[in-house]
Design a protein around this ligand. Structure first.
Ligand code: KPL
Length: 293
């Protein structure tokens, strides 16, 4: 049984994809519910709508040793807490996968319990509509792995890919998020617009140069090519509102401290100056409240 921690778009998307493949996922959330399942409609990339009713548990009702495999689908700021809660309910040899954007929580957990932690990267695009409906706006992939596990875990869900060395994959995803997420807020646009609006596209290219430099100097990744990677994902998820844009619209804190903040810290350690990324971080931190579109 796979537990999916988090009831945001990524959590619901993962639970629905697992259900589509015949798994019986259990969504774990922070609030108690009258019904033991969560009902929602998903619109897939072709516009087809499917209704789901997926088992739901509140943390407090999860018995010890009840989790064998859990996907942490919370925001980065909640991921470490979710990990600590999951560890309390984990079976011997159980594993948790971090699927949050950005860096920090997964590395911290990896240091605490390396054998229990898998690092994941998700490039699917999904958002929630005002009525709670889930929109799967762009097909991506889920890759997971760990340098501490020598072979793919058994029973890897279909559509989940295994990579023994997650570092380049995490950095690729970090680069994509460092470009798409802040710019989608600055230009208040969907992901696809970043590939077509000339001023946004040009700014993305300028920021990408700095992202690639940080990856090379800080992580030894010499060819991140973050501009190409971000444009590819922006096209694949053209109709998606990035998670940062969704947070901005909802007046919620975003994950940019774990994305741009992480990169700028890494740059500072290397003595690299990154005016483009600093400006984007500053601009997105001081945006007036969302006023519509
Ligand atoms: O991860 C994403 C996000 O929105 O946070 C992408 C892949 C950019 C999809 O929107």
């Amino acid at each position: 049984m796979i537990h999916v921690i988090g009831t945001g778009p990524v959590g619901l998307l993962m639970a629905s994809l697992l259900k589509d493949q015949g798994h019986s996922p259990v969504i774990v959330g922070k609030t108690g519910r009258a019904e033991p399942y969560l009902k929602f409609a998903k619109t897939d990339v072709t516009g087809k709508v499917t209704q789901y009713a997926i088992a739901y548990r509140h943390w407090e009702t999860l018995p010890p040793a009840s989790i064998s495999f859990a996907l942490i689908c919370t925001k980065a700021r909640d991921a470490l807490q979710a990990y600590h809660q999951a560890v309390c309910c984990l079976q011997k040899e159980g594993q948790v996968v971090f699927l949050n954007n950005g860096m920090g929580p997964q590395q911290a957990a990896m240091q605490l319990t390396p054998a229990m932690v898998l690092i994941g990267s998700n490039t699917h695009g999904a958002y929630l509509e005002a009525n709670g409906g889930l929109v799967h706006a762009g097909i991506g992939s889920v890759v997971l792995g760990s340098e501490y596990a020598s072979a793919p875990i058994a029973n890897l869900p279909h559509g989940f890919l295994w990579a023994p060395d997650m570092r380049p994959i995490l950095w690729r995803k970090l680069g994509i998020n460092a470009l798409i997420n802040p710019l989608s807020v600055i230009y208040q646009c969907q992901n696809g617009d970043l590939a077509t609006l000339p001023h946004a596209r040009a700014r993305l290219a300028r920021m990408a140069v700095e992202v690639d430099q940080i990856a090379a100097r800080s992580a030894g990744i010499s060819e991140l090519s973050s501009e190409q990677a971000a444009i590819e994902v922006a096209r694949q998820t053209a109709n998606n509102w990035s998670s940062t844009m969704q947070d901005y619209r909802a007046g919620k804190p975003n994950e940019l401290p774990y994305i741009l903040g992480y990169l700028l810290e890494a740059a500072a350690k290397e003595g690299l100056s990154c005016p483009q990324l600093s400006l984007a971080f500053q601009e997105t931190s001081t945006m007036p409240p969302y006023s519509g579109r």
